[in-house]
Design a protein around this ligand. Structure first.
Ligand SMILES: NC(=O)c1ccc[n+]([C@@H]2O[C@H](COP(=O)([O-])OP(=O)(O)OC[C@H]3O[C@@H](n4cnc5c(N)ncnc54)[C@H](OP(=O)(O)O)[C@@H]3O)[C@@H](O)[C@H]2O)c1
Length: 297
């Protein structure tokens, strides 16, 4: 499988499989299919409640554990049914739990829980799910500690903008190797993409297909031209657009045929003029979890 090299030398596959909201035996079945298709990277999070299922598959494939790249996230255990009105259990100064625990204790506990569920003794990349403003620097410091211990082969962030990354740069010598964000031709985050490129931070694109049915894309003359030119479907165009920028997409599908189609995203390459054409569709459109659930944004 083709890979990108993170700045610490760790290799990350050029495409991964997203796993939210898959879980249980269904996820185990899909992950096995994905492995036989050729996927070697899987994106999960403590608050997807599916690390156990991924761990079961890892356990059965222990002979190829070193070929598999697991990216997981630490989160605040927010009550997902009322995300806008509740603070998380962790990483908020006003949370009763944090009166008795340090951010370092929480990070260690969350990482140990993930390792237990994933049935592995290391994670290939651990990221902070959101830049929790009360404890952002403390969380990062604790993650560096676990990285240096070898429990984490690489560390990164998610949903971070330039100012969050600058904050880490001003305070630490170990910077994120990865930033997992949502971008699409309707929300290109161009300055952030340039910033990460300059700082050697590998971008991972979550929800790369989220706008697949958006009329602004489907009805755009630019998209129609590209669909005709490359003779692929719209999902393929979106994944090619990621690849042409050196960004790792992590599409999720509950259908084996779509897992296969998405994995084939590399069969045609997009030329840079067409990447630019798609940039011209930018609307700074916000994807829901970024704008509503996201602390620290
Ligand atoms: N860091 C973060 O804050 C964050 C936030 C959101 C997501 N994520 C991660 O990113 C992953 C992907 O994001 P996502 O699942 O929200 O969105 P996505 O992967 O962009 O889109 C998933 C949707 O597209 C459909 N789909 C997949 N392949 C398709 C194809 N070839 N043609 C047509 N439709 C297709 C899927 O339906 P079917 O399943 O029915 O095929 C599903 O409805 C998640 O699973 C998660 O791992 C991270």
């Amino acid at each position: 499988m083709d890979t990108y090299k993170l700045y610490n030398g760790v290799e990350m596959p050029i495409i991964g499989m997203g796993t939210w909201p898959l879980a249980g035996e269904n996820l185990e079945r899909l992950m096995k299919e994905a492995l036989s298709i050729g996927y070697r990277m899987f994106d999960t999070a403590d608050n997807y409640f599916n690390e156990d299922a991924i761990g079961n598959v890892l356990n059965k494939n222990s002979s190829i554990r070193n070929e598999i790249f697991i990216m997981t996230k630490i989160s605040d255990e927010k009550k997902m049914n009322f995300p806008w009105s509740s603070i998380g259990k962790y990483f908020y100064k006003t949370s009763p739990y944090m009166k008795a625990h340090s951010a370092k204790d929480v990070v260690n506990m969350l990482v140990n829980n993930s390792l237990r569920k994933l049935k592995t003794d290391y994670v290939d990349c651990l990221i902070i799910h959101w830049p929790y403003p009360d404890y952002f620097l403390d969380i990062w410091e604790a993650m560096i500690g676990l990285y240096k211990e070898g429990k984490l082969r690489s560390i990164g962030v998610s949903n971070c903008r330039e100012r969050h990354l600058e904050m880490l740069k001003q305070n630490f010598s170990v910077l994120p190797m990865v930033n997992q964000i949502c971008i699409s031709p309707l929300d290109t985050k161009r300055a952030l993409v340039e910033y990460c490129r300059k700082e050697n931070i590998q971008l991972v694109c979550y929800a790369p297909l989220m706008q697949i049915k958006n009329r602004l894309l489907v009805e755009s003359e630019i998209m129609k031209t590209l669909l005709h030119k490359y003779r692929v479907d719209l999902g393929h165009i979106l994944l090619m657009w990621n690849k042409a920028q050196g960004i790792v997409p992590i599409p999720k599908s509950a259908h084996v045929e779509r897992l296969k189609a998405n994995f084939n995203f590399n069969s045609v390459s997009m030329i840079s003029e067409d990447v630019e054409l798609l940039y011209s569709l930018n609307e700074d459109m916000q994807y829901l979890p970024e704008s509503i659930y996201c602390p620290g944004i």
